[in-house]
Design a protein around this ligand. Structure first.
Ligand SMILES: [Zn+2]
Length: 338
């Protein structure tokens, strides 16, 4: 594991403003000397989670979680100490000089970080293919352009394209030195089984010939993908999503929330739409406080996520109206015809 010099650790901790860092995850409100919010670690209605800005500490009087700014990032992101420091360094534009590591050394940091790393690499691979390969340009980019998306939006949401091939990603991962087991763990590849369901030892790319929509968690790391085929084949699902993994829990992720969260907080309302392209079109049109519940019907976990930023949700699709109303109980919810 990489070592970060002590002076740099001190600099990161001194620079990081705990109110800002925590404020990226919950809506803090001042009451007396402390700031308060519903706890991000347990489910509750009245806030028992407090931040003391003067001492740079947080404490929840409900579940007992407490600590400083690095501990908060470790708790909320489920990462290691070093990863939490890196997260803060990135947020405050502090450069961490690390010795160059091979992809294999990076992968050894730990299983979870490895899955983040391979997902990020795959995202870059798909993005390159969209903008730099003949197939990606003509099919993927062509489709997105036809849907009115411009290059800035495509880059901001890091959209991509997977080649219509059984092993393009597999081969590229091998060349880049990544361990294939993380491709399996994140669902980027599929294990080929025989008639009895036994592993044949063969693997193939899950996403083939599809426009790729990377799904980010709340701190901007890619945890999975939504993927749309452009083939006219009734037997093929139009949309395919990454399966659940150690880093991707569908019920706790909303598409677009990473990009939308500041706007949701400042505008004090979150628009909920049906699909990836709805999010992208509205965002490009200047309505930035918009998210979609990708590949699932709306869950309690997703509502809790939105409520970190605003109590107001406006639903912009019909969907299963009753189901949505039930999930949104306790939230100021209105519906508008899309
Ligand atoms: Zn708590």
């Amino acid at each position: 594991m990489a070592r970060i010099p002590k002076e740099l650790v001190d600099q990161i901790i001194q620079t990081a403003d705990i109110v800002e860092v925590v404020g990226d995850f919950v809506q803090l409100k001042r009451k007396g000397q402390n700031m308060w919010a519903p706890c991000p670690f347990h489910n509750e209605k009245s806030p028992s989670f407090s931040v003391n800005p003067a001492k740079s500490l947080y404490k929840c009087f409900g579940c007992g979680k407490a600590g400083g700014v690095v501990q908060f990032v470790m708790d909320v992101e489920g990462t290691s100490y070093v990863e939490a420091l890196k997260y803060l360094a990135k947020k405050y534009a502090i450069t961490i000089e690390e010795e160059e590591k091979t992809p294999q050394q990076q992968l050894e940091q730990n299983e979870r970080d490895s899955q983040f790393i391979v997902s990020d690499w795959a995202k870059n691979h798909f993005h390159r293919l969209l903008l730099n390969s003949e197939e990606g340009m003509s099919i993927g980019y062509g489709y997105l352009k036809e849907r009115g998306l411009n290059l800035a939006t495509i880059q901001q949401f890091e959209l991509g394209y997977s080649l219509d091939s059984w092993d393009d990603l597999l081969k590229a991962a091998e060349t880049a030195g990544y361990d294939k087991k993380y491709l399996e763990k994140t669902g980027l590849t599929v294990i080929k089984t025989d008639d009895q369901g036994q592993d044949t030892g063969r693997r193939y790319d899950r996403f083939r010939g599809r426009v790729m929509f990377p799904i980010h968690n709340i701190s901007g790391r890619v945890v999975g993908f939504g993927a749309r085929t452009l083939k006219r084949d009734d037997k093929m699902a139009k949309y395919l999503n990454s399966p659940e993994s150690e880093i991707y829990h569908k019920s706790d992720v909303l598409y677009g929330l990473f990009q939308a969260r500041q706007a949701i907080r400042t505008q004090e309302v979150c628009y909920l739409v049906e699909g990836y392209l709805d999010v992208l079109s509205l965002y490009q049109g200047g309505i930035k406080n918009v998210v979609a519940s990708s590949g699932t019907s709306l869950t309690e976990g997703q509502i809790r996520l939105i409520k970190r930023y605003s109590d107001n949700v406006t639903v912009l699709y019909d969907g299963d109206a009753a189901g949505i109303k039930a999930s949104l109980r306790g939230t100021t919810c209105s519906s508008k015809a899309a």
